[in-house]
Design a protein around this ligand. Structure first.
Ligand code: ADP
Ligand code: ZN
Length: 291
């Protein structure tokens, strides 16, 4: 079965063709410019591909509620031109008979890991990307979680560590998860790009302390069976054991569950690696076909 996938990011779009097993057969990418131009490039790519459904995981905030009048829109983004733009509308006009699965990039990536990756077969998992921004997607008892709009787990406030004077990078909340832990936050706090910080730099202990706290909050809120952490910053693989340690310290024995207490693979890197976004969109296409 030929399925289409769009990974819509704030800096670049990746489009591809794959199958229902998450195999990517073809891919292309282009920079995110104006929405008109960018969506037209997506349409041009799929014109002769004859796909049975298209999955579209998009940067947000978006409106993923099919019952809403603004379904398929990018909503309040500060990205010039993209606010209140109907991205799904452009696809629907070009491919009126093709089912389209539309969700946040992180919900897509979460579904991809559930269908094909690190959370395969589980009915509950949470996915975060920790990169330029921080976003989280959740799969709860067999469904992607939306609620009112969609979760924004990258913006929960965190308790600031006593020795950290940093005011945070988020223009809305200062010291929220993203404000404290995104790549740009690390760079602003330490004056050096996250990529160039040595593994023994104190930045990483602080980073793990905050991410551990955020993960404890997620465990307490959603009780996921697996947590997947992707994104540029998580290329620092030494963070994983430190995050687990701090998450457990934060929980302080309150959650008496073997995975949370003892499983070294409770929090993992995406099995789909840097393909997580595109495979996630393939999963959204599979989901759209089912509906
Ligand atoms: P985006 O979030 O824009 O989709 P990424 O997930 O690659 O893209 O995140 C980019 C951020 O991740 C940048 O702030 C960069 O400093 C940081 N980053 C990228 N690679 C690494 C690395 N190997 N180690 C630490 N930080 C990294
Ligand atoms: Zn915030």
């Amino acid at each position: 079965m030929k399925l289409g996938a769009i990974e819509g990011g704030g800096t670049k779009f990746v489009v591809g063709v794959g199958d229902e097993n998450g195999q990517v057969l073809d891919r292309a990418s282009f920079p995110t410019t104006t929405p008109e131009e960018t969506m037209q490039k997506c349409v041009d790519y799929f014109k002769d591909k004859d796909v049975e459904a298209i999955g579209f995981g998009c940067f947000g905030p978006i409106d993923p509620d099919p019952k809403s009048p603004t379904y398929g829109y990018v909503t309040t983004t500060p990205k010039p031109g993209w606010g209140h733009y109907n991205v799904v509308g452009d696809l629907k006009r070009a491919f009126p008979d093709t089912p389209i699965g539309f969700d946040t990039d992180v919900n897509g990536a979460c579904l991809g890991e559930v269908f094909f990756g690190a959370a395969k077969g589980l009915d509950s998992a949470v996915y975060f990307t920790i990169g330029t921004g921080i976003g989280g997607g959740a799969y709860v008892e067999g469904h992607l979680l939306h609620g009112l709009v969609h979760p924004e787990m990258g913006h929960v406030k965190l308790v600031v560590r006593d020795d950290d004077p940093y005011k945070g990078k988020c223009p809305y909340h200062g010291t929220c998860f993203e404000g404290l832990c995104s790549g740009p936050a690390i760079e602003e706090r330490w004056g050096i790009s996250a990529k160039e910080l040595a593994p023994d730099h104190p930045a990483w202990d602080l980073e793990a302390w905050y991410i551990g706290q955020a993960m404890a909050n997620v465990v307490l809120t959603l009780s996921p069976k697996k947590i997947i952490l992707g994104g540029g910053v998580m290329h620092q693989s030494h963070l994983f054991p430190r995050i687990l340690k701090y998450m457990r310290e934060d929980l302080n024995g309150y959650i008496q569950n073997d995975a949370v207490l003892h499983d070294d693979h409770y929090i993992v890197w995406p099995k789909l690696g840097d393909n997580a976004g595109l495979c996630g969109s393939l999963a959204l296409a599979v989901d759209a076909l089912k509906k």
